[in-house]
Design a protein around this ligand. Structure first.
Ligand code: NCD
Length: 321
């Protein structure tokens, strides 16, 4: 079943949030504008008791710190009841299937599931089997998709840089294994970014990169020239089946973001990273902690975007500011 048949109601509103691919510009803007209602001038997050009647279960079949915690905070800021299940060390080890675990949770009357899974396509599979009134949010599936990270990055870019049509964005590093990169590219193109570049060695690019609507660079200095936003990615060693790189040291020499290398970008360039970052591998500490970095701001805005997605799925939106 096509992803949009699953994630959209007949009236075009969100039923699940599984993937950015195929979502309209209208829906992406609706997420961004709803999230903005939860953010104060000083970037602190406002609390709204909009989901008091809802029970939301966090199902993380793969380790996570930021994503799981910000989903939990988002649900609590909306006054929902939250269940945190560390599935990796419970049911799965006892041989229960994903579907059985979720059907048991449904029996406990959960209204929404937030799921991260090691396998690409797990969220899509589960969405097909959920009862009518239960919503699913994909918090990352394998190398495939991480739509809430993409949306928090879009919110960050829009908040600090404005109009997408004027921006040149570069995504750097392990594009091949990154679910963030895939979702981000779809979101940037849907929102009409002026140019989206990917910068990586050939071995860390997906085979279908030419069809993704990006300009490919193998040289960091050339790729960074005149960009407004740089998104750095971690080397996802846990997903690399064979040695795709000579060494981390060599990667840093060619692709590590240092202040010197950043100097070819726009003077007010903004540096982003979804985390977890590996200092001295893809990014130098001087950049990660420097004036161009918004890495910790991204984490904060992630709460607002996750609140927005939960409210859109529940059909209960905050009033305009
Ligand atoms: C990313 C993820 O899990 O895909 N991190 C995140 O969600 N904050 C990126 C990564 O693991 O490198």
């Amino acid at each position: 079943m096509a992803v949009n048949q699953l994630q959209l109601h007949d009236n075009g509103q969100l039923r699940h949030f599984l993937s950015i691919d195929g979502l309209s510009q209208d829906i992406l803007w609706k997420i961004i504008h709803t999230a903005e209602r939860f953010i104060n001038e000083d970037d602190s997050i406002r609390k709204f008791p909009l989901l008091q009647q809802k029970t939301i279960a966090n199902l993380f079949f793969e380790a996570s710190t930021r994503t799981r915690t910000t989903f939990e905070l988002a649900a609590k800021h909306l006054s929902a009841q939250v269940l945190n299940l560390n599935i990796a060390i419970a049911s799965m080890r006892k041989g229960e299937t994903l579907l059985d675990t979720v059907l048991n949770l449904h029996a406990m009357q959960c209204d929404m599931f937030i799921m991260r899974h090691i396998h690409s396509g797990a969220a899509h599979f589960l969405a097909k089997h959920l009862p009518e009134h239960v919503a699913l949010v994909n918090a990352g599936d394998g190398c495939h998709s991480h739509p809430t990270q993409a949306m928090l990055d879009m919110l960050t870019i829009h908040r600090y840089k404005g109009d997408f049509a004027k921006l040149r964005v570069a995504i750097v590093g392990d594009i091949l294994h990154s679910r963030v990169a895939r979702s981000e590219i779809h979101a940037l193109n849907t929102l009409g970014v002026a140019e989206c570049r990917v910068i990586a060695p050939k071995t860390l690019l997906p085979h279908d990169v030419d069809g993704l609507g990006v300009h490919v660079y193998h040289d960091l200095t050339k790729g960074l020239r005149d960009v407004d936003v740089v998104v750095m990615l971690r080397l996802q060693q846990e997903r690399m089946l064979s040695g795709l790189l000579p060494s981390q040291r060599e990667f840093y020499q060619q692709y590590g973001l240092t202040t010197g290398r950043l100097s070819v970008a726009k003077p007010d360039v903004m540096v982003m990273h979804p985390g977890p970052m590996n200092r001295g591998v893809e990014i130098a500490s001087e950049v990660a902690d420097g004036v161009h970095s918004v890495i910790l701001k991204q984490v904060r805005l992630g709460i607002a975007v996750r609140m927005a997605i939960m409210c859109l799925l529940a059909g209960n939106l905050p009033e305009e500011k």
